[in-house]
Design a protein around this ligand. Structure first.
Ligand code: NAG
Ligand code: NAG
Ligand code: NAG
Ligand code: NAG
Ligand code: NAG
Ligand code: NAG
Length: 419
């Protein structure tokens, strides 16, 4: 950056310090996680070095995209963009198909499993229309727009999982019980095989009329399409949720100890320098240096014809918390990262581009508690969340939580507003 001779701390583009723009432009993506592992080829140190994983489909399309936006290969282009936020925004928005010629990369396509071929056919598209939304506001519970929201619960669910949603609404996902500072939204796609006897879209619409907490887009709700829920949620969030401090994003079959979570988050805001650290804040069950799953009948199967390299550090998608500030940065950076069929890994890839590592918290049990602890109600006092609980179990656990925990007094107001 020295070569540019810019006083980076002084120049601002549209109120965004130039340094931030530079970081946005100068992050190059390489297949993540392979830095210090001797089982893998070292990262190429310069942009012209041959990429070790060029034969894997995803690595290849991402590389094509990164070359296109490489400021060393296209210095005039990127320099102009740095000086012109309109141009820069339009670059970010650029449709991947303008940049990546899939036809020329299709060598490996036929080797991919059927489901992955389907993913690849649609992986350039992310502008699915919204079918239902919580009435223009940031989730159910957003009655008083003047007060900043502490926590927005964003829960991945599917049309037919009405029972799970109801249980969440009645238990840990209740809004308004801490002075209106908790809001809720469910994230859905479309059911792929609707039963002809049930018009689930009609029911869902009624549900949204009643609860106002449904955000649904017109894409097929499959496992490989879950990543769309992240990118589309970030986009919606950036438009409607300016004041929200934290997002909890998770599955509809988990139990969250919301009182503990709220207390924990309030403490984060009261820490010194919170206004600085919040832009990088993500906490969860962090998985490091994971190998892609190569077992062909697994739901998580990623063949090496599709992706090579380790995964970046990522927080398990069962439940993760991050700041609203970070959500907006993820929204921006994700425009330059090709969709990946596993949602939490994709978020990890975007985090890596922002040069942020998610922080591990031992209270996130995305793989459940040890058997004997799972049976003891008191085991749930200190946790933040635990994975896989049925709707009936949620009701029981919540009753236990309420009876053993002192009522929560919301005390974070001052620190919220001082941010
Ligand atoms: C940015 O634009 C201004 C005028 O609009 C010009 O003076 C300046 O040299 C440009 N900077 C770069 C890095 O192109
Ligand atoms: C910035 O880029 C946009 C889009 O390319 C262009 O229309 C506009 O004239 C540029 N503005 C400046 C000051 O160069
Ligand atoms: C993409 O690549 C194929 C094969 O190299 C070529 O025939 C086609 O014209 C290219 N398409 C575009 C839009 O560049
Ligand atoms: C991307 O661009 C191509 C060609 O310009 C167009 O056919 C396609 O509809 C665009 N897709 C999106 C999602 O904008
Ligand atoms: C949703 O997508 C389907 C095709 O997948 C299309 O037939 C339908 O018209 C779309 N509905 C809306 C409301 O956009
Ligand atoms: C994702 O959704 C789109 C739009 O409905 C669909 O065409 C595609 O098959 C889905 N992809 C996967 C991998 O299920």
């Amino acid at each position: 950056m020295h070569g540019l001779g810019l006083h980076t701390n002084k120049i601002k583009v549209k109120n965004i310090p130039l340094l931030v723009w530079l970081t946005l432009i100068y992050v190059h993506f390489v297949a993540p996680g392979i830095l210090n592992n001797k089982n893998f080829a070292p990262l190429p140190t310069s942009f012209w070095a041959l990429h070790p994983y060029e034969d894997a489909f995803w690595n290849r399309v991402q590389l094509a995209h990164d070359r296109y936006f490489n400021p060393i290969l296209h210095p005039k282009y990127t320099k102009r963009a740095m000086n012109n936020s309109t141009l820069y925004e339009s670059l970010l928005k650029q449709n991947f198909s303008d940049v990546t010629n899939l036809t020329s990369i299709r060598r490996n396509f036929d080797k991919l499993p059927q489901q992955m071929q389907d993913f690849v056919r649609h992986m350039q598209r992310r502008d699915y229309p919204t079918l239902l939304r919580p009435d223009g506001v940031c989730g159910a519970g957003a009655k008083d727009e003047k007060e900043p929201t502490l926590l927005l619960l964003a829960i991945k669910t599917t049309e037919l999982n009405f029972k799970n949603r109801q249980a969440i609404r009645r238990t840990w996902g209740q809004v308004g019980w801490v002075a209106g500072y908790v809001r809720r939204v469910f994230l859905l796609g479309k059911e792929s095989h609707e039963e002809p006897s049930v018009d689930s879209s009609k029911l869902l619409q009624l549900e949204n009329d009643h609860y106002g907490d449904i955000l649904q887009w017109n894409f097929t709700d499959t496992f490989f399409n879950l990543t769309l829920k992240d990118v589309l949620f970030w986009s919606w969030f950036s438009d409607f949720c300016g004041q929200t401090r934290f997002i909890f994003k998770g599955d509809d079959d988990i139990f969250v100890n919301t009182p503990n979570m709220v207390t924990y988050l309030q403490h984060q805001l009261m820490k010194p320098r919170a206004h600085k650290t919040m832009k990088d804040f993500m906490v969860g069950d962090v998985i490091r240096e994971a190998m892609p799953n190569r077992v062909s009948d697994s739901k998580y199967f990623i063949p090496d014809a599709f992706y090579r390299g380790l995964y970046p550090a990522y927080a398990g998608g069962g439940g993760v918390v991050y700041s609203g500030l970070l959500a907006k940065r993820l929204h921006s950076v994700s425009k330059g990262v090709h969709l990946f069929p596993i949602d939490d890994v994709y978020v990890g890839m975007c985090m890596m581009r922002l040069k942020i590592t998610p922080v591990h918290h031992p209270g996130f049990f995305t793989f459940d508690l040890p058997q004997k602890d799972a049976e003891q109600l008191c085991s749930y006092h200190n946790i933040l969340l635990v994975h896989r609980r049925s709707p009936d179990q949620l009701v029981k656990l919540w009753a236990g939580t309420l009876s053993t925990q002192s009522p929560l007094i919301y005390s974070g107001k001052m620190s919220l507003q001082s941010l």
